[in-house]
Design a protein around this ligand. Structure first.
Ligand code: SAM
Ligand code: SF4
Length: 372
């Protein structure tokens, strides 16, 4: 049974200079898209009572309240379901926030990126810091008591002091959760072909990350995943489901899902399937059931994913669980990696975790488990 769903709303009013996510500025296609999205949901959703549902983008706050209600109405929800809704600060208004709240949204995620207006302009955001403060005010006024902000570090011209000033705001503004991303400039975004000058180098990016760990911990935040920090009790249940390598639906253009083949009461590992929906908007609208990719995973691949995702959690992996599930001796199977990178691993009560320094080179370390 799949108990979690991600729904992608792939529209933005304009494209931020750093963003390579699948999102389009062709808002004229929104209606057709929503019809296709509903078609996919009706065809693939099996009616399970969901534990979490996440509306991500693109920009979900471009949906009217009626459009959002029509999507939400397609699902059965557990009584303590976590419903996350991503919003852009420039879309905020009190009435919209109240309506979201009334429909059951209980976790709001705001794409803040930074509170520095000069940097916001350089990276092509549509909002400024005053609009962010207004969005946070509307959310609190509407009754939201679980608010995430996305921050990016390593932005053009950003100094360590600028970044620390962003971190200081987190406490002042009553935020419960921070998702922190290092700036990545990938093919497809404006910056890829127009690299900004004054980009912090990798050492400064790493210093910023370490500073965030220190400052947010001081402010009572738990660092529970490589890029995520929360006040006690405010972990993202939806994202934890990913990192625990459990199944989830992916609805919408370019959304990914993970499931076991239908009909298996007790799934065997050979029947796990990862899929990504059609990534071309027009093709998705034409045939929302089409998959861009569909991969049947072997037991070895599932093990690698469990390790890869498990080490993203600061608590690390539970060795006993992995040994039992995959019938292996983890410490023996991966002894070479544990030895070679010993200074970057710590032994926990249940298994292994990465140290903070290990996190800084986590891509290199985790690749070893895949190559093994
Ligand atoms: C896909 S976006 C959707 C959120 C929303 N559209 C917004 O931007 O306000 C989710 C988050 O990913 C992060 N992100 C997007 N592109 C990034 C990049 N190139 N490097 C680092 N973080 C990025 C941003 O923090 C953004 O808020
Ligand atoms: S960062 Fe968010 S708002 Fe900006 S283009 Fe990407 S999805 Fe759209």
């Amino acid at each position: 049974m799949v108990k979690n769903a991600y729904i992608h709303i792939p529209f933005c009013k304009s494209k931020c200079n750093y963003c390579s996510f699948v999102s389009f500025c062709n808002l004229g296609l929104k209606n057709d898209y929503l019809n296709a999205l509903k078609k996919q949901i009706k065809a693939e959703y099996q009616g399970e009572s969901l534990n979490t549902i996440y509306f991500g983008g693109g920009t979900p706050s471009l949906l009217s309240i009626d459009e959002f209600r029509e999507l939400l109405d397609l699902f059965n929800l557990n009584k303590d379901v976590e419903i996350t809704f991503e919003a852009n600060p420039d879309d905020a208004n009190l009435e919209y926030s109240k309506n979201l709240m009334q429909l059951g949204v209980n976790r709001l995620s705001l794409g803040v990126q930074t509170f520095d207006d000069k940097i916001l302009q350089i990276i092509g955001r549509r909002h400024n810091a005053v609009q962010t403060l207004f969005a946070l005010h509307c959310a609190a006024e509407a009754g939201f008591d679980n608010i995430n902000i996305d921050l990016i570090h390593g932005l053009p011209t950003q100094s360590l002091a600028d970044f620390v000033s962003d971190l200081q705001k987190v406490e002042e503004l009553g935020i419960h959760h921070v998702s922190l991303y290092g700036l990545k400039i990938e093919d497809g975004c404006y910056f890829y072909k127009n690299l900004p000058s004054c980009l912090p180098d990798l050492d400064l990016q790493a210093d910023m990350y370490l500073k965030a760990v220190e400052v947010l911990k001081d402010k009572g935040f738990e660092h529970y995943e490589i890029s995520n920090f929360s006040l006690p009790g405010f972990n993202s249940k939806h994202n934890l489901n990913y990192w625990n390598n459990n199944t989830y639906y992916g609805f919408g253009c370019s959304a990914s899902g993970y499931s076991y083949v239908v009909g298996q009461v007790c799934p065997t590992y050979e029947t796990a399937v990862r899929y990504t929906n059609e990534i071309n908007l027009k093709k998705y609208i034409q045939n929302p059931l089409n998959k861009f990719s569909k991969q049947h995973l072997s037991e070895q691949e599932i093990l690698e994913e469990a390790i890869f995702l498990g080490f993203r959690k600061i608590a690390g992996i539970n060795v006993e669980e992995i040994n039992k599930k995959f019938d292996i001796d983890f410490d023996e199977k991966y002894s070479k990696i544990l030895e070679q990178y010993s200074e970057f691993f710590i032994k926990t009560q249940t298994g292994w975790a990465l140290t903070t320094k290990g996190i800084l080179i986590s891509n290199e370390i985790l690749a070893q488990f895949i190559a093994d």
